[in-house]
Design a protein around this ligand. Structure first.
Ligand SMILES: Cc1ncc(COP(=O)(O)O)c(C=O)c1O
Length: 526
């Protein structure tokens, strides 16, 4: 690039930053002094959204000016950076979280796996009834059978005591479920179940980037979590570590991010999620390197060749392969070993994502801080509202029980499993108690009127969604419900969630608290 052209680009980027600063004040982090002013009742309090400043806009414009367009240098760098953060072998960028789930699941259907591990049409995959539809859709799209178990309204996650009853010898091949709203599911129990029956575990980590799970080191060793233990032993990773517990100095525990425990996991980078590329997602290959080649093939048209965009002959035998019934020497670039898709994002999206990764530690902390501020502010309403608990927690302690801190930290009591979760919450989940003097719809409508963003727990009980009712009608064998689903029904009828995203200001959170307290007080007469 000549110096004139470089100077021109620098000037465009300087103006870009200026433009972004002047136009996007409402999208800055909530604790940024330059965040747009909040006027209660007038400014909408979103439940989530893009959080960025001029750095992301500059990265997008710079990459657009370079005009590589297809997944290229920024994509490669982001895949590397994300894999490092997650402590996984590889990350593959895709164009959405739903695509990530599709690619992750498809990878396990490849003929390149040993027959007993390959997921075939008619095989069963255990999942949870409450959640987002595209956690389940890839199972059906591959002709496999989702087997739904119930969810626990307090955590939003699967009731793992139901796993064994859902298992069909010879048919169950995998467990695929999400860490609901940034609350890790019971990983130790699920992993033990998968180990016992030689099943794949696909973690839908779309709502949970940066959440962590802790388990006793001995249990981690018995589960063969050597890939995490190895990283922790180096004592270099910011999250993955071996440590004592506060209350029990002798014992050792392993802590690692959700999405790094199973076989494959997925991320969404749609704007409400922990980081954004606009549309986007990732498949994390946790420990078995060959799964990368299979996933990449399904992502990239089903091709056998693994050369990155713009590169040729990485294998050094581009014209020396003979596969299928093709003639010897047929160009490897055009040999297809799978019935695939094309689900790649643009390099410009990765340029934005890379800036977001740098912000991730602050984003993760902001979500925890915002959850705790809401929880403290709504303390006292437990008579009518059940507030979410992190998996393995048995209770939340109000601040009076401990010294005040800044930033506020959540204090929970825990079950006896030795396992702990640390949630970077996707949302603040509230479930109305049976005897609340108002309905979830009334509360949601009131919040809407007061311009406070709120959402249901996605599809509620998925099996009651029209698509699944139709599926059962068309082919009763296409899905199976194991046991009853009262928890998922309760979530469907009585749960909503508020925002915890890093764009919320303290004033917004305090306004949310006041509106809910006033509403409950007016309805209950207390
Ligand atoms: C648990 C879960 N999985 C998958 C997805 C799909 O992600 P995307 O919207 O990027 O397709 C979502 C979306 O919010 C989700 O919550």
């Amino acid at each position: 690039m000549s110096s004139d052209v470089a100077a021109l680009k620098a000037e465009i980027l300087r103006l870009t930053r200026e433009y972004s600063r002047l136009t996007h004040a409402a999208n800055r982090p909530g604790n940024d002094p330059a965040h747009a002013r909040f006027t209660p009742g007038e400014t909408t309090v979103p439940y989530a959204g893009r959080v960025f400043d001029e750095d992301e806009v500059e990265a997008a414009v710079s990459s657009t000016l370079d005009f590589w367009l297809t997944l290229g240098p920024e994509g490669e760098a982001m895949e590397r950076e994300l894999a490092e953060f997650m402590g996984v072998k590889h990350c593959l960028l895709v164009n959405s979280g739903s695509s990530a789930n599709l690619v992750a699941f498809s990878a396990l259907t490849t003929h390149k796996l040993p027959p007993h591990k390959r997921i075939r049409p008619g095989d069963e995959v255990i999942t949870v009834a409450a959640g987002f539809p595209t956690t389940v859709a890839p199972i059906i799209q591959a002709g496999a059978v989702p087997v739904f178990i119930d969810a626990l309204p307090l955590t939003g996650n699967a009731d793992c005591s139901l796993l064994e009853a859902a298992f069909s010898p010879g048919r169950t091949k995998a467990v695929m479920m999400a860490h609901a709203l940034g609350n890790p599911f019971e990983l130790a129990t699920v992993l033990e179940f998968c180990q016992r029956h030689d099943l794949w575990l696909i973690e839908d980590n779309c709502d949970a980037l940066g959440c962590t799970y802790t388990l006793p080191l001995e249990r981690a060793q018995a589960l063969g979590l050597d890939h995490l233990i190895k990283i922790a032993t180096k004592e270099e990773h910011p999250i993955i570590r071996i440590h004592p517990a506060e209350e029990e100095k002798e014992a050792r525990y392993l802590t690692a991010p959700t999405g790094s425990f199973g076989d494959i996991s997925t991320q969404s980078f749609y704007p409400p999620h922990h980081l954004t590329m606009g549309e986007g997602g990732a498949v994390n290959i946790i420990r078995r390197a060959p799964l990368k080649t299979y996933a990449e093939s399904f992502r990239d048209w089903g091709r056998d060749c693994w050369c990155a965009s713009g590169k040729d002959d990485t294998c050094n035998k581009r014209f020396k392969w003979q596969l299928g019934e093709l003639p010897e020497g047929y160009d490897h670039k055009y040999i297809y070993s799978h019935i695939g898709f094309n689900l790649k994002p643009l390099d410009t999206q990765a340029a934005i994502g890379r800036v977001q990764i740098r912000r991730l530690p602050e984003f993760i902390e902001a979500r925890k801080r915002n959850w705790e501020r809401l929880r403290r502010g709504l303390h006292g309403l437990e008579e009518y509202l059940d507030f979410a608990l992190p998996t393995h927690a048995t209770g939340w302690n109000p601040p009076a029980a401990h010294a005040p801190e800044e930033p506020p930290v959540s204090h929970f009591t825990w079950d006896a499993s030795g396992c702990r979760t640390d949630c970077s919450w996707f949302g603040f989940k509230i479930t109305l108690r049976e005897d609340a003097p108002f309905t979830r719809t009334e509360l949601a409508a009131h919040l809407d009127e007061k311009k406070i963003g709120n959402r249901m727990l996605f599809g509620g009980n998925l099996v009651r969604q029209p698509a699944f009712v139709q599926l059962r009608h068309d082919d009763p064998a296409a899905m199976r419900v194991s046991g009853e689903l009262p928890g998922a029904d309760r979530i469907m009828k009585h749960t909503l969630f508020l925002g915890t995203y890093p764009g919320l200001t303290v004033e917004m959170i305090d306004y949310m608290i006041q509106v809910i307290r006033d509403f409950v007080s007016a309805r209950s007469g207390k």
